[in-house]
Write a protein that binds this ligand. Structure first.
Ligand code: IMP
Ligand code: MG
Length: 173
């Protein structure tokens, strides 16, 4: 697996540092509030697990699964709901936890979907941001690390289902 890597874009130490920073900010901002973290599967599961273990407040969590990519490296532009959350988010604070914001279409879809369920607020946290490809202007309250316009894998992100377990964010050969 490692000999298929062309370049490391973000090292695991830099990710860890950013995760701590974000967790600290979130813990302060949501103190004494009923917060639900919603991880976006599949890519967001590693970040969610790391983020919540660095947080110092009580949180509930769930996962949602959507697909916009199929098996290619280009967004299809159509977001499909694969698995919904089980918990009730009415009158709760919701924080969507994403691996990477690219076009922004996935988050727009999720934010609109959750807002129909009358939460107090829906905010967004992403560990990686690829702003050069944004198609929809979407506000991201907790932004991690900016990356260039390259297709990356690792830290939850895949290419055709593989490479999610790479500890660094990498470009393939
Ligand atoms: P968006 O809807 O275009 O913002 O895409 C969001 C999702 O597409 C991300 O959460 C990723 O799961 C996936 N994605 C976007 N760019 C990449 C990439 O460079 N590598 C792997 N997955 C990506
Ligand atoms: Mg994703």
């Amino acid at each position: 697996m490692f000999n298929e890597i062309e370049e490391i874009v973000v090292k695991k130490e830099e990710i860890q540092k950013k995760v701590k920073e974000l967790a600290y900010r979130i813990s302060k901002d949501y103190e004494n509030r009923e917060l639900v973290l919603i991880g976006v599967l599949k890519g967001g599961f590693i970040f969610l697990a790391d983020l919540m273990r660095e947080m110092s407040i009580q949180v509930d969590m769930d996962f949602i699964s959507v697909s916009s990519y199929g098996n290619s490296t280009q967004s299809s532009g159509v977001v499909r709901l694969i698995k919904d959350i089980d918990i009730d988010i009415t009158n709760k604070y919701v924080l969507i936890v994403e691996d990477l914001v690219d076009t922004g279409l996935t988050l727009k879809y999720l934010k609109d979907l959750f807002n129909t369920r009358e939460p107090i607020d829906v905010s967004i946290c992403t560990i990686l941001d690829k702003p050069s490809r944004r198609e929809i202007n979407i506000e991201i309250e907790y932004k991690g690390i900016l990356i260039p316009d390259k297709f990356v894998v690792g830290y939850g992100l895949d290419y055709e289902g593989k490479y999610r377990n790479l500890p660094d964010v990498c470009v393939l050969k």
